[in-house]
Design a protein around this ligand. Structure first.
Ligand SMILES: NC(=O)c1ccc[n+]([C@@H]2O[C@H](COP(=O)([O-])OP(=O)(O)OC[C@H]3O[C@@H](n4cnc5c(N)ncnc54)[C@H](O)[C@@H]3O)[C@@H](O)[C@H]2O)c1
Length: 248
């Protein structure tokens, strides 16, 4: 078990990729604080994985008061935070840039990017005191300009990489690594609900691996970057996209 008794925080853990990441950590022995706004989803996660291993915390990652309260609950229960996975993010509407309302731009940046700052800020004092910590941020292949999605989301996911590299430099001397995972197209329920079978088949044809990503593909990479095997990797972006976008 690679993460026996490690204290882990995963945001957006009630469904999709975040849920798979939370479950993968529990299977490797960790205790996971699962942050989400979806109480029902968190309850079902705790029922699936066991209440002693999952701490469900209803918290909105866009709100600093919620983030402070959630991290406070983790510290009260476990007195440490070994790993933070900033997974919560996404967008609802595909829009051309000229059609994006300003308030939606602000919200998408807050949900996808400012949340990463808020959570990191909340755990850094503890990780520095421990002289050990792992932060893994979930970006996206859309930051590479390979597909037309929507510009606020692409900007936020690119911004995550700048934040990741800067924080890696800043917190490295305190024993903290900060890395990003950039998934390609992942076959979540949400993705399958917004794309037709024809669109999905067309997308698969453009992926060298000739399949969509699975949530387990992303979780495996997150656990690697959080593990002792990745102790000398920081400021990196790990593309998990079947070859859709290749960067160097
Ligand atoms: N699915 C993909 O194809 C794909 C591809 C690349 C990157 N990503 C990224 O991976 C991450 C997870 O994506 P997913 O497809 O699993 O998403 P999802 O929409 O399936 O799940 C997101 C989770 O976040 C929770 N959430 C929503 N708003 C929240 C808030 N304000 N505070 C806390 N929790 C909140 C939701 O309740 C949900 O449980 C996101 O950052 C996304 O941008 C996804």
């Amino acid at each position: 078990m690679r993460f026996l008794d490690h204290a882990v925080i995963v945001t957006g853990a009630a469904q999709g990729i975040g849920r798979e990441i939370a479950c993968a950590f529990v299977r490797e022995g960790a205790r996971v604080a699962a942050l989400d706004i979806d109480q029902g989803g968190l309850d079902s996660l705790a029922a699936e994985m066991g209440g002693d291993k999952i701490m469900p915390l209803v918290a909105d990652v866009t709100k600093s008061a919620d983030v402070t309260r959630a991290v406070g609950s983790v510290l009260a229960r476990w007195q440490r935070v070994d790993i933070l996975v900033n997974n919560a993010g996404g967008f609802k509407e595909l829009r051309r840039t000229e059609d994006i309302p300003e308030d939606e731009w602000d919200f998408i940046l807050r949900f996808n990017l400012s949340s990463v700052f808020l959570l990191s800020k909340a755990v850094l004092p503890t990780m520095k005191q421990q002289r050990h910590g792992r932060i893994v941020n979930v970006s996206s292949f859309v930051r590479g300009g390979v597909v037309t999605v929507t510009s606020h989301y692409a900007a936020a996911k690119a911004g995550i990489l700048g934040f990741t590299r800067h924080l890696a430099r800043e917190a490295g001397p305190d024993g903290i690594t900060v890395n990003a995972v950039a998934p390609g197209v992942v076959s979540t329920e949400r993705y399958r609900s917004i794309r037709s079978p024809t669109e999905i088949a067309r997308t698969v044809e453009t992926i060298p691996a000739r399949r969509l990503g699975e949530t387990g593909d992303v979780a495996g990479s997150v656990l690697f970057l959080a593990s002792a095997d990745a102790a000398y990797i920081t400021g990196a972006t790990l593309d998990v996209n079947g070859g859709f976008l290749m960067t160097g």
